[in-house]
Design a protein around this ligand. Structure first.
Ligand SMILES: Cc1ncc(COP(=O)(O)O)c(C=O)c1O
Length: 465
């Protein structure tokens, strides 16, 4: 069987290694999907170029920490819908809350009573947040924060943290990536970048763009905690230079603490962006912040109203009901503590296996226990997509599916044991690939980084063979 390889063109896969028939239903669906859906799906991070060739193409259903693919295989899943599912798939209290509102209609000509209930619930969790507005996705929220900041300051530029991989699908952010086709140069020039835990890089921007920066946006943390009061120093710089301080809590919110990472790091930003796990995989996002900034998009002031957020589906009932149930569950159960404990157990299970199979320095598990990722390096000790793909491929064989090790409240001891067993089987192959080269072991092309500007035509080709 011929399979295209993005690096080497065409490459033969030995019959013995070709177990792609395991994914026959997926293959047929992938071929259909690519004919009618550019990229084959609706989220770049879920695309075929992000997973090994020997991976399920479509998921049929999920329950708790497990998912089942369209070919009938069951996996312990990590990643959890790009981190949107914090409690577990089809989590009963959330599903029941959604089912309860379904019969009452989902969208009306005046606000649903649930909008107020959900707003009160959210503001009850976030210290220092006085007002909130809902939407359906995080990109809309971070862009709204940017717009409020621009309107408030009368400035055009934004400073964003370049060590944080994603803030929005909108031009102000995508213009800073390698896939910036279709975005005007002036938009690209308006987005300035600084480094995390490097306050001088932000000082430099304020110095070289005096009175031009409307706001600073960053995640409170990614893999490392803020060092030397970094967040407070960012806030102080914003205050001194008249810029709005925005924290993107899309990932950290509902994982670091019930009150977000801002609670952990004891800081109150001007505006915060929330989404992902807020509604356990249902669609809801929120902008929260101080009234002095938020109310510019309200009715009761004598300035021009800022059109920050207004969407048809922004406050439809299922997302609101799911969010209310999710937040109530977080408040009355040790969700954050459990994510932390289970994450620690995962690290404790995997790290000795990395040592046992002499992969230390090549494979690692990093990040906060509630949001772990694995790193992979090749023979040259550099981060490697080839080796990342190999590890994912071998873990899938062991019934573990995940581009990361992001857990949910539903991940059990048994899941951790299964994951450890999958690593125990995968790492000897990784070691052999380090010794002999990855080629004999990896089936198909390596995964790509999401912002790759490489032509991935080969990925389409391989599917139709
Ligand atoms: C930190 C962060 N901010 C914003 C977004 C955008 O959210 P959405 O995909 O819901 O538009 C993401 C999505 O991955 C994210 O990780």
């Amino acid at each position: 069987m011929l399979v295209s390889n993005a690096d080497d063109g065409e490459r033969m896969i030995p019959q013995a290694m070709d177990v792609s028939h395991r994914f026959a239903v997926s293959r047929a669906m992938q071929n259909r999907a690519h004919q009618i859906i550019p990229g084959g799906c609706h989220t770049y991070a879920k695309g075929d170029d992000q997973f090994p060739y020997l991976a399920p193409g479509f998921i049929k259903r999920g329950k708790g920490s497990h998912v089942w693919d369209v070919d009938g295989h069951e996996y312990v899943e990590y990643g959890m819908g790009c981190r949107a599912v914090g409690l577990g798939h089809a989590f009963e209290p959330v599903v029941n809350a959604v089912a309860e509102v379904l019969g009452d209609g989902t969208n009306f000509s005046r606000p649903a009573a649930l909008e107020l209930e959900c707003a009160e619930e959210l503001l009850g969790m976030i210290d220092g947040a006085q007002m909130c507005k809902f939407a359906k996705d995080g990109s809309t929220i971070t862009t709204a924060a940017f717009k409020l900041a621009r309107a408030h300051t009368g400035r055009e530029k934004i400073a964003l943290c370049q060590d944080h991989p994603f803030f929005s699908i909108h031009d102000w952010f995508i213009g800073t990536t390698a896939i910036n086709a279709g975005i005007t140069e002036s938009t690209q020039n308006d987005s300035l970048r600084f480094r995390y835990n490097d306050i001088e890089s932000l000082e430099y921007l304020f110095k070289h763009h005096p009175n031009q920066i409307a706001c600073v946006i960053l995640e409170p943390a990614k893999y490392a905690d803020p060092e030397d009061h970094f967040l407070h120093k960012v806030q102080e710089l914003c205050t001194r230079n008249g810029a709005i301080f925005v924290l993107d809590e899309m990932i950290t919110g509902f994982r670091w603490h019930n009150g977000g990472a801002q609670k952990v790091y004891d800081i109150v930003p001007d505006l915060s962006a929330w989404g992902k796990a807020i509604a356990n995989g249902f669609s809801l996002s929120a902008l929260t912040g101080k009234a002095e900034f938020m109310e510019a998009s309200g009715l009761y002031h004598d300035k021009q109203r800022v059109f920050a957020l207004s969407t048809t589906h922004g406050a439809e009932s299922t997302g609101l009901a799911a969010a209310i149930a999710t937040m109530r569950f977080y408040r009355s159960n040790p969700v954050i503590e459990t994510l932390h404990e289970q994450g620690l157990k995962l690290v404790a299970a995997i790290k000795p296996l990395i040592r046992k199979h002499q992969c230390e320095g090549y494979v690692d598990v990093i990040g906060r226990p509630c949001a772990l990722v694995f790193t992979t390096r090749g023979q040259d000790n550099q981060p490697s997509q080839l080796y990342r793909t190999l590890l994912m491929q071998e873990l899938i064989k062991g019934g573990v599916l995940g581009p990361s090790l992001i857990i949910s409240y539903s991940h059990s001891e048994q899941d951790i044991a299964q994951t450890a067993a999958a690593f125990d089987a995968a790492l000897p192959i990784y070691r052999r690939a380090l010794d002999e080269g990855v080629e004999p072991y990896l089936v198909g092309p390596p995964t790509q980084v999401v912002y790759s500007d490489k032509n991935t035509h080969a990925f389409q080709q391989r599917l139709v063979h």
